[in-house]
Design a protein around this ligand. Structure first.
Ligand code: HEC
Length: 128
């Protein structure tokens, strides 16, 4: 008789543990879906922005016609290699976002390009 009561209690305990486990699972699922309400502004949330994959093309097509390996049109320095761009990141960010004297001088690039260069800095100025 006693042994049977112990068995019953053990089974009830199992049910409680099972129910707890399910509520933990449900809670995790619902808190994951809450994350979708606050989308990450990172343009590439699955990976980090790198010079070779993301930044080089933007600089080549928007800056290199003046900041070439031999700078022309009055540009004070080259922006052709990874090191040249990385070493001047703060001046670059300030001028590409400047309203009164933007780089390129013809006018600000789309914000997608500018955000990507900012994110490159935030990700640690990776080359590859
Ligand atoms: C049409 C030519 C031209 C293009 C294109 C151009 N620049 Fe310049 N850049 C200049 C000239 C000229 C100067 C020097 C005068 C000045 O500071 O406005 C300069 C200066 C700069 C400076 C120096 C700011 C300082 O005071 O140290 C930075 C940084 C810069 N450019 C970044 C860029 C970047 C980044 C791009 C591309 C997104 C770019 N430039 C595109 C001509 C250009």
């Amino acid at each position: 008789m006693r042994i049977n009561n112990y068995k019953k209690e053990a089974m009830n305990l199992n049910k409680i543990i099972y129910a707890l486990a399910i509520s933990v699972l449900l809670f995790n699922c619902s808190s994951n879906s809450n994350d979708d309400l606050n989308p990450d502004p990172d343009p590439d949330p699955n990976g980090k922005i790198t010079y070779e994959a993301n930044v080089k093309n933007i600089i080549n097509s928007n800056c290199a016609q003046c900041h070439d390996s031999t700078p022309i049109n009055g540009a004070p320095f080259s922006l052709v290699t990874y090191t040249q761009v990385k070493d001047r990141i703060d001046a670059i960010l300030s001028r590409i976002n400047s309203v009164s004297s933007p780089m390129p001088p013809s006018g600000q690039m789309p914000s997608s390009n500018r955000d990507l260069i900012q994110q490159w800095k935030d990700d640690g100025l990776l080359e590859n």
